[in-house]
Design a protein around this ligand. Structure first.
Ligand code: CUA
Length: 331
């Protein structure tokens, strides 16, 4: 759009002015940023230039030089309000358009669970593969980090094991807070292969500035090869099934047939009606809350049956992610 960023890129001769733009959204963010920069520069020139020009032109020329009485100028006042209004609305609509793309997750996205912890990022794939989580990743030769295939929509399902963190990939122009006690999501579709830096951008203690990781955007084949390396762990749904069989089967079926509690087949993505409060679609956060704090939202048809015990503090974040992936796999 407008090619403004190209102008900036040429002007800065591929300097460190902006990191590489690894996705279509990143290129759009650059364009919007370029527009803001140029609009601000022009405004600045007009205001400061006008100030200097008028100060010189209308400076006091002698003892009896008096300023004539000026009340107002409607045309001028309208223009200096309306033109900035139009510019702000363009920025708003443009920003909304880009943001909307960032917050739309295609159905076929590759889902990866991300755990933030003082002071490292851990990536958990559904296959069971775990990456990162222990070391600071500043070395791009490391095989740790987040690996994703190029030109593939990716959805990160993120949470923290301790305090607030924020997951930021400058090369993809995306950032999302990672919050203990709930899931947040972030999506991207990297179109350029390469290694991208991840930073934590929420102050989280001593080693905050070292809380880094790498995103490796590779071909589909390389990704699958990497995914198989050292992966002897149970897949997330398998782990979830074990946890389910140990903790849940006394009261719940893995089908939609009711036992003591509701059957959990087909739960994910279904609309839930509650005794109080608005209805909602059962997503990861709803399932998480229903496991950890089952009394928070009581489904309408549940009645005054047996109350489920809270699982807060019983399951690890990985086990919880496993149970959620297992429930998501039940039809
Ligand atoms: Cu984690 Cu700052």
């Amino acid at each position: 759009m407008l090619g403004l960023y190209n102008f900036i890129e040429v002007a800065s001769a591929k300097s460190t002015f902006m990191p590489v733009a690894g996705s279509a959204v990143a290129a759009q963010v650059n364009d919007l940023y370029g527009f803001l920069l140029v609009a601000s520069a022009i405004s600045c020139l007009l205001v400061i230039g006008g100030l200097i020009f008028f100060a010189v032109k209308y400076r006091r020329k002698g003892e009896d030089d008096k300023t004539p009485y000026i009340s107002h100028n409607s045309t001028l006042e309208f223009l200096w309000s309306f033109i900035p209004f139009v510019i702000f609305m363009i920025v708003f609509a443009w920003g909304w358009y880009i943001y909307h793309q960032m917050r739309t997750f295609p159905e076929d996205s590759l889902e990866v669970h991300v755990f933030g912890q003082k002071w490292a990022w851990e990536f958990q794939y559904k296959s069971g593969k775990k990456s990162g989580g222990t070391t600071f990743e500043t070395n791009s030769d490391s095989k740790e980090g987040l690996w994703v295939p190029v030109n593939t929509p990716v959805k990160l399902i993120m949470t923290s094991r301790d305090v607030l963190h924020s997951f930021y990939i400058p090369g993809l122009r995306i950032k999302q807070d990672v919050v203990p006690g709930r899931y947040t999501a972030m999506g991207f579709n990297a179109e350029k292969k390469g290694v991208y830096q991840v930073f934590c951008t929420e102050y989280c203690g001593n080693e905050h500035s070292n809380m880094m990781a790498k995103v490796h955007v590779v071909s589909q084949e390389e990704f699958e090869e990497w995914l198989k390396e050292n992966d002897d762990a149970l897949s997330l749904p398998e782990l979830g099934m074990k946890v389910f069989d140990r903790n849940c089967v006394a009261c719940h079926n893995a089908t939609n047939v009711r036992k003591l509690g509701p059957g959990l087949g087909g739960l994910y993505g279904s609309t839930r009606e509650f005794e109080s409060g608005p209805s909602m679609v059962a997503d990861e956060n709803y399932i998480r809350e229903s496991i950890l704090y089952p009394q928070k939202k009581i489904v309408k048809s549940y009645g005054s049956g047996i109350k489920m015990v809270p699982y807060q503090g019983v399951l690890s974040e990985r086990e919880l992610a496993g149970v959620i992936e297992y429930l998501k796999s039940l039809k």
